[in-house]
Design a protein around this ligand. Structure first.
Ligand SMILES: Nc1ncnc2c1ncn2[C@@H]1O[C@H](COP(=O)(O)OP(=O)(O)O)[C@@H](O)[C@H]1O
Ligand SMILES: [Mg+2]
Length: 323
């Protein structure tokens, strides 16, 4: 497929808490596509994005937005509406993957294991006894430690590992910033891995599995973005049959959530139990990010990966009715 006749817009930045990371992904994509001799423009996305797309007259959108409406279906709907092919999953997959609770519901219905959790609603916190009762349920049903997570954030923003009931109560009381619903999830003592999935429709390919060995207890914001704070091992050091099972579960997850072109499935391996933690519909795209690393070890250079994503977005556009 010849990309020479297309003007590519790299959409990055946005207004989520992951703005700075998105700008880095966007810059890396922009530079690489330019080096490939393609006609490319970098666009910092704000709410006037429809006007900007019209003004720049782009033919394809390379989406490098992380978190919020950039990753969660809104920009995808805008691109659909404007007839612009784009390099991420479609509206439904994006909306499901951004929401950790919706993701869990789909996984459960497909028989895919996900760490057990309880849902905490902040609007109920003023009700007499609610907090104490909830913390007691966590103790009985999940046991400590647990992970507290917002439903709709990424990059480990707002996430905490909590070891005691009293700490949980005080964390819940002070958790005002990250939406009304929080997940309290059982902490799984495990090997953490992540799997990139590339492809379209039923034709999906699992990339080599990356094992993540963070220096901290969980793979937090600092570990994610500071060189040397986590070790990445490709292929993951897990038994061969587990390796195959993890890739199969990642493929099933991607399909169940309607993810395509690219996705990255975060997984915890606890002996025979393989838990899917969450799915990322626009994973990080700097040269050092996880999917580009895995792609490299499968034989795709960074530029090959980006071009493949652009080609897949064009292929999808040709095969869908633009209803
Ligand atoms: N249930 C869990 N058990 C153990 N570690 C977890 C669990 N949930 C999350 N973590 C840790 O927290 C990190 C971020 O959690 P994740 O659900 O992937 O959210 P994010 O969208 O922020 O990446 C994971 O990479 C992992 O290190
Ligand atoms: Mg994650």
């Amino acid at each position: 497929m010849n990309l020479d006749n297309y003007k590519i817009g790299v959409l990055c930045g946005g207004e989520s808490r992951e703005r700075e990371i998105s700008l880095k992904s966007g810059q890396a994509i922009y530079e690489t596509l330019k080096e490939e001799g393609l006609n490319v423009v970098k666009i910092d996305v704000h709410r006037d994005i429809m006007k900007v797309i019209e003004r720049e007259a782009i033919d394809i959108a390379f989406l490098a937005l992380h978190g919020g409406w950039g990753e969660g279906g809104t920009i995808q709907a805008i691109c659909r509406l404007m007839g612009i092919p784009f390099t991420s999953s479609d509206v439904l997959g994006s909306a499901l993957a951004i929401d950790k609770l919706a993701t869990k519901k789909v996984l459960k219905s497909e028989g895919i294991l996900t760490p057990p959790c309880l849902i905490f609603s902040k609007k109920d916190i003023k009700k007499k006894g609610y907090l104490e009762n909830f913390a007691q349920q966590v103790k009985v049903k999940l046991g400590f430690p647990v992970i507290l997570k917002p439903v709709r954030e990424g990059s480990t923003i707002g996430e905490k590992e909590i070891r005691k009931k009293d700490n949980l109560k005080s964390e819940l009381e002070s958790s005002t910033n990250y939406g009304n619903i929080l997940l309290v999830e059982k902490y799984i003592n495990s090997t953490e891995v992540t799997v990139g999935i590339l492809g379209l429709g039923d034709d999906l390919e699992a990339l080599p599995i990356i094992e993540i060995a963070p220096k901290a207890e969980i793979y937090d914001f600092k570990c994610k973005y500071t060189p040397g704070e986590a070790e990445y091992i490709i292929p993951a050091r897990i038994p061969k049959d587990t390796y195959r099972k993890v890739q199969t579960i990642a493929l099933r997850t991607s399909k169940a959530l309607n993810l395509e072109i690219i996705s990255r499935i975060d997984i915890l391996v606890e002996n025979k139990n393989i838990y899917v933690m969450e799915a990322n519909s626009i994973p990080g795209m700097t040269r050092m990010s996880l999917v580009p690393r895995a792609a490299r070890s499968a034989g795709y250079k960074f530029s090959d990966l980006l071009i493949k994503m652009l080609e897949l977005s064009l292929k999808r556009e040709q095969s869908t009715d633009n209803e």
